[in-house]
Write a protein of this length. Structure first.
Length: 252
């Protein structure tokens, strides 16, 4: 095996092209043999079609970067997300239920008799992005790919989930959405564990390769933690992509 795995976190929906350009330049500097991308594992034999569909739908900046990069570079492009992700989201109506919940909350906040607790919890949640990150649209790859940003992401997620749960449980109109929220939360944990298993499977499949794993930066710290816990796996994990090259082999 003896692979080298770079973990690169991104902001999927960044409105500026800051990270988009930086990601393209970074790929050119690393010159990976393999790029692992956050598509569900069943897309393995249809990666180019998935990339094109994502771009056509106005999707992630990463899809645009990979399409551009592959015009001039030979790489193996592989998916690593949990099998059936998109179907699971749709079968459980996650996007639609989230939209319904946000609509109900917005209507509640317009009412003069809205609970001060509901209002305060919502304001706290809205403030978290700015408190932790400032303006997400102005963050660079350097800003979100280091040990400090990993710690921030970890605590941001914990606080945000705690506030979300309190908001749902303590607002009567939102309580019907608690079951779906819990289902989504558990699924996201399963999803990240599946990501790590799929990455390790690729590590076993390929040898002496340079891999770049691209993920949403909120997944980055968990993926790093899970890969570091892997036993009897031979690879070098590089999480400090802009610092000194890190030889962080998993525990044995």
């Amino acid at each position: 095996m003896n692979n080298k795995i770079y973990i690169v976190g991104t902001i999927h929906a960044q409105k500026t092209k800051l990270i988009e350009e930086e990601l393209y330049q970074l790929l050119g500097e690393i010159r990976p043999d393999i790029v692992l991308f956050e598509f569900p594992i069943e897309a393995k034999d249809q990666m180019l079609q998935w990339i094109d569909a994502s771009i056509k739908a106005g999707g992630s900046l990463e899809a645009r970067v990979l399409k551009r990069y592959m015009q001039d570079h030979q790489i193996i492009l592989l998916p690593y997300d949990i099998m059936g992700r998109n179907d699971y989201y749709l079968d459980n109506r996650f996007p639609f239920i989230e939209e319904d919940r946000e609509t109900i909350l917005a209507d509640l906040l317009q009412r003069p008799d809205v609970s001060p607790l509901t209002q305060t919890l919502n304001e706290m949640n809205d403030a978290l992005d700015k408190i932790f990150w400032g303006d997400l649209d102005n963050l660079s790859l350097r800003d979100i790919n280091n040990a400090d940003s990993d710690s921030r992401a970890k605590h941001h997620i914990a606080l945000s989930q705690a506030i979300d749960r309190a908001l749902i449980e303590l607002t009567p109109e939102l309580r019907p959405y608690l079951k779906t929220y819990e289902l989504w939360s558990k699924y996201e944990n399963r999803r990240e564990r599946a990501m790590a298993r799929n990455i390790l499977a690729y590590n076993n499949q390929y040898s002496n390769s340079t891999m770049v794993l691209i993920c949403g930066f909120y997944h980055r710290f968990t993926i790093i933690e899970l890969l570091r816990k892997a036993r009897d796996a031979d690879f070098t994990l590089i999480s400090d992509i802009f610092g000194a090259e890190e030889s962080s082999s998993p525990s044995r």
